[in-house]
Design a protein around this ligand. Sequence first.
Ligand code: UDP
Ligand code: MG
Length: 312
Amino acid sequence: MEKISLVVPCYNEQDVIKIFYDEIQKIKKDFENVCFEIIFVDDGSLDKTLNIIRELSVNDDVRYISFSRNFGKEAAMYAGLHASLGDYVAIMDADLQDPPILLKKMYDILKAGEFDSVATRRVTRKGEPLIRSFFARLYYKIINKISKTEIVDGARDYRLMNRKMVDAILEVKEYNRFSKGIFSWVGFKTKWLEYENVERAASESKWSFWKLFLYSLDSVVAFSTIPLSIASVMGILFCFISFLIILFVIVRTLIYGDPTSGWPSMVCIMFFIGGVQLLCIGIIGQYLSKTYLEVKKRPIYVVAETEKDRVD
Ligand code: UDP
Ligand code: MG
C-alpha cells in the first residue's frame, strides 16, 4: 500500500484544524490502496492549536511536531518534510485555502509517471487587499528578471511530490529558506494546476504586509546576486562620472582661476555620492548578514514535542 504524507504548518490555527481534519477524512474515500499520514507542525502557536493537535493524534493517521517557539512557515515545512515517511508528500495550509479535493487529481497525475510533482497556482487573488495584489505582481516581475530560478506568479506552497523530489529538497539545508525558489531550483518535472483563490476557512492571515515585504527581500538575496552587480556597476559609473567632473574642474580652474562659487552643487554631489555609497554598502550588508547566519549553521527548527511524547 502506498502512503501519502500531508505536511500541515499550523500557527495559531485553533479554529480551523478540526475542520481541516474532517475535510481530509472526506476525500480519503476517493483513494484506493493508499494510506494517509497527516503531520501537523505546530509552529510555536500561542493558542489552543497544540492541544487540538494532541487530541487528534490519538488517530492512527495523525502525527505532529511542535516547535519550541515560532520559527516561521518555512521551517515548519522543512520539519514536516523531514519527518514524512510517505511515498508522496503534500504540503497544505491548515486554513483550507489549499483545496483538499485537488489531491486526488494530483495523485493521479503523479501515478501516471510523467511528472515528479504537481504544484498549484492561484489565477485570481480574490478577497485579497488590492494594494497587496499590486505589490505581489510587481514582486514576481522583478524577481523573475533578476533570478535565474523561476518563481511562478501566484504559486502556492501546496503541491504533491514524489519521494525523489522530497529527498532533493531535504538536501537543501540552507537556513534562510525560500521554498518557492527551492522547489524550482531542485528541478524535476512539475505539472501546474490552476485554481481560483479560496478564502480562509476562519481567522486571519498570519502574514502582515511588512512580514511579506521582508520575506520578498529574503527571496531576492537567496536567489539572486544581481543587486550586488548593480552596486558594482553603479560604483564604476560614478567613478567615471567623477573623473570627468575632476577634469572639468581642473580645466576650468586653469582657464578662469579659482571661483568661490559652486559650493551648493558641490554639496549636492557629495550627498548624492554619499547616498549611493551607503546604498551599496547596504546591499553588501544584506548578503553579509545572510552569509553570517548561514555559517553559524544553526538548526532550522527546534522540536519541543512530537506524538511520541504524548502522555495519554
Ligand atoms: N504559518 C506558520 N508559521 C507562521 C505563519 C504561518 O506555520 O509563522 C502557517 C499557517 O498556520 C498556515 C500557513 O502557514 O497554515 C499559511 O499561512 P496564512 O494562511 O496565514 O497565509 P496566507 O494564506 O494568507 O498566505
Ligand atoms: Mg492562508
